[in-house]
Write a protein that binds this ligand. Sequence first.
Ligand SMILES: Nc1ncnc2c1ncn2[C@@H]1O[C@H](COP(=O)(O)OP(=O)(O)OP(=O)(O)O)[C@@H](O)[C@H]1O
Ligand SMILES: [Zn+2]
Ligand SMILES: [Zn+2]
Length: 727
Amino acid sequence: MPELMAMPERLMLQQASTAVPKEPQSSSKVCAQPTATKAQRRFLTSCEVDGEVFRVGDSAYALEEGQTYKDFEDERELCELCGKVDKQAKGRRGQAIPLLECGKCLRGFHSSCLAPPLSSIPEGEWLCADCVAGRPAASRHAPRNPRLLFQAARLGMVRIEKLWEIGGTARFSGRWYCRPEDTETGRQEHHTARDVFLTELRAEEELDCLLRPVAVCAPSELDQQPQGDVFVCDHQYHTGCAVFRELDAPHEDRGDPLLLDEGGSQSESEEPAFSPTASSKHARGGRRRCLQGGDDWQTGRKKQIVALGAAEAPAGCRARAMTPLEGARAALALTAAPRSMPCREQERAEILRFVEEAVAAGEECLGQCLYVAGVPGTGKTATLHEVMRQMRAQMEAGQAGSFRYVEINALRLASPQHAYVHLYRALTGKHASPAAAAEHLEKLFSEGGNGDSRRVTVLLVDEMDLLITKKQQVLYNLCEWPSRRGSRLAVIGIANTLDLPERLMPRIASRLGSRRVVFQPYRREQLQAIVRRRLSDAGVTDTFDENAIKYAASKVAAVSGDVRRALELCRKAAEIAEEQQHSSAATAVPTGAERTKHGNVTMGHVDAAVTEMFRAVHMQLLGNTCRLEKLLLAALVMETRATGRQDAVLGKVQQRLRFMCEARQEPIPHIGDVVSAAARLGAKRLALCDPASLRLRMQLALNVDVDDVVHKLRNDQTIPWLAQMNL
Ligand SMILES: Nc1ncnc2c1ncn2[C@@H]1O[C@H](COP(=O)(O)OP(=O)(O)OP(=O)(O)O)[C@@H](O)[C@H]1O
Ligand SMILES: [Zn+2]
Ligand SMILES: [Zn+2]
C-alpha cells in the first residue's frame, strides 16, 4: 500500500548533516553510517523519489562527487558535425531535426549535416563514417546526456540490490558497474559501446544520489529495448582479481575468494560499503567512485519520497539471536567457510610461498607449476582459498604485486577442452569455442601477447585429473604456458591422487611434478581439533561435550580422514540434540532451566547421528547386496584406491577379486557371474557402469560415497575377514 514518507525538507537536511562528518570533501563519509539505527530499517521493493521510481534489481545512474541534478537539466546532445543541439530544418515547416545515433560510437549527427545528407532516417542500425572506416570515434564535444557521461567516466552506474527506509530517508545498497575501459584488459575489439560489467564493489547511500533508472539487459534482449539508456551486461568483473565471470555463473563455495566482497546476505551492512580509497585503485584508471553525501547535492530535488512497496525483511536481518545449538550447527555446516584452518599450517605456508614467489617474480615468472595432492576432504581447496584470500588482502594493502586469480573446477566443465573456454572468458570477458579459445590463449601467453597487463595470473585447477585426455593436450598446455617467456602465468593443480604427474607423459610430469604439496588424511586428534576450532571460532565451544567430539572423530577416523564426514556427523548430532531440546520444552516439564544447562551434545547424540547417517537409502541397499556383490565392491574400492581414479575396468577389478578369494580360500567366482553382479550394482545405482555387453572391458565406478561402502563392508557379519582387508 502506498504510503507517504515525505518529511519537511529542513528536517531532512539536518539529518543528513548530523550523519555526515564535518569535512565536506572527505570520502569516508560514505562509509560512516550510523549503525545504531539499523534496527528501524524498513525494507522496500520499490521507491519513488520525485517522480522517478527505483526498484530492487533496477540499474540506475549514480551521481559522482561534485555533481548535482542541475548538471543534467539539459541532456540534449550536440551534433558531432555542427556542434549545435537543435537545427531548424530549412524549408517549409521549420521543425527541429532529431539527432541520428551511431550504433557503434553512439555519437549524434543531424541527418542534414551528413555528407551527403540523409533524406530519411534509416531503418535499423546506422553507423557513422568514422565507425564504418574503423577510425577512432572520439567526440569533439563534452557529453551532456547521462549515457555518454557514463561512457566518459563522468557518471557512475549501480545495480540496486536492496532498498530501505530509515527515519524518513530512503537508502539503497547495490553494486557498481564498470566500463570495458575500467577492466584490466581495457576495451577490446568485441566490446560495443553499450557493454558494461557488474563489479563486486558495493555502494550504499541515500536513494537521492541516483539520477534515474537505466535498462541493463542481456545481449539477446537488446533488440527488444528502446534506444537511449540501454546497456548490455553478460559478465561480472571482479576488480580485485581482475577476472570476468558469466553473470549468472553458479558459485557454490562460500570460501571462494572471488566472492569475498559481494554483498553477502548475512554480513550485509556490517561491513562498510565500498570505500573509494581501498579497492578502486585496482580498477584500471583508479576512478574515484564516491557518492555525493554533502548538502549541495540536495539542490534541485524536492525529495518527495514515496515508498511504493514494502518488502519482507530478508531472512536473518531482524531475526532473533541464534541459540547456541543453532550457532553450532551453522559453524559446522560444510558451506560455511572456516575462519581458520587448524592442522594445515605447514601446507598453507608452502602454498603461500609458491604464490608469493610467482606474484613477486612478475615478468620473470617462469615455469611456475604446483601440484597439490591428497585424498578427499583433507582441506586442499579450503586451504588454497584461504591462501588466495590472504594474497588478495596483501595486494590490496600494497604489500604484494597485483595478480589475477582464475579458478577452474574440472568437475564443472562440459569437457576437458572447456578449460580453455573458462580461462579465456575469465581473462577477457569473451566467450569462444574450445578450439578458438585455445588458439587465443596460445597467443595471449606467448611473448607480448598479454597486452599491457603487468599482472601475473594465478590459475587454480581443481580436480585436475579429470582433464586427462588421450593426447593429454589440455594438461600439457596448462603446464607448458607458464614456462613461456612473458606469459606471467602460474598454475596450481589439485587432485586426489598422489601420482598424477607420474601417470602423465614425461614432458608434462617434469613441469607439473617438480613442486608438490601433499595433504595427508586427518588423524583422529586432528579431526577433533578442527571440529573444536570451528565451534570456538563461533563462540559455541560449550555446546558439545568433550567426549562427544572425541567419539565422533574416532568414528570417522576409523574409516577415513575425511573431515567432511566429521563435520557432518557433529552437525547432525547437534540437530538431534536441538530436536530433543524442543520436544522436552514442549512437554513443559518444570526442569526447563536445568535442561538448557545440560542441553549439550553428548556421545548419545553422536551415536544417534551415526545411526541416522547410515540409515540412508543407499546404506540399506548396500546392506542388501549378495556375497559376490559385496566382494566385488571391496575389489572395486581397492582398485580405485590403488589407481587413484574414480573408475576402473571390470577386468582389473575381477583380477583383484580373484587374488582376494585365493588368499581367503574362497571359491573363485565365474567371470559371467562377476559381469552380472556388476550389472546388478549398476541397476541398484550403487555403481555406474557401461552396458554389460562390454563384459570385462566394462567401466565401473562407485555411485555412492566410498566411505559408506567401506563402513558397511567392514561391519559385515557374513564376511568377517573383510574387516581385516586394507580397504
Ligand atoms: N583444517 C580444517 N579446518 C577447518 N575446516 C576444514 C579443514 N579442512 C577442511 N575443512 C573443511 O572441510 C570441507 C572440505 O574441505 P575441502 O573442500 O578443502 O577438501 P578437499 O581436500 O579439497 O576435498 P576434495 O578433494 O573432495 O575437493 C570444507 O568445508 C572445509 O571448510
Ligand atoms: Zn548538425
Ligand atoms: Zn560512430
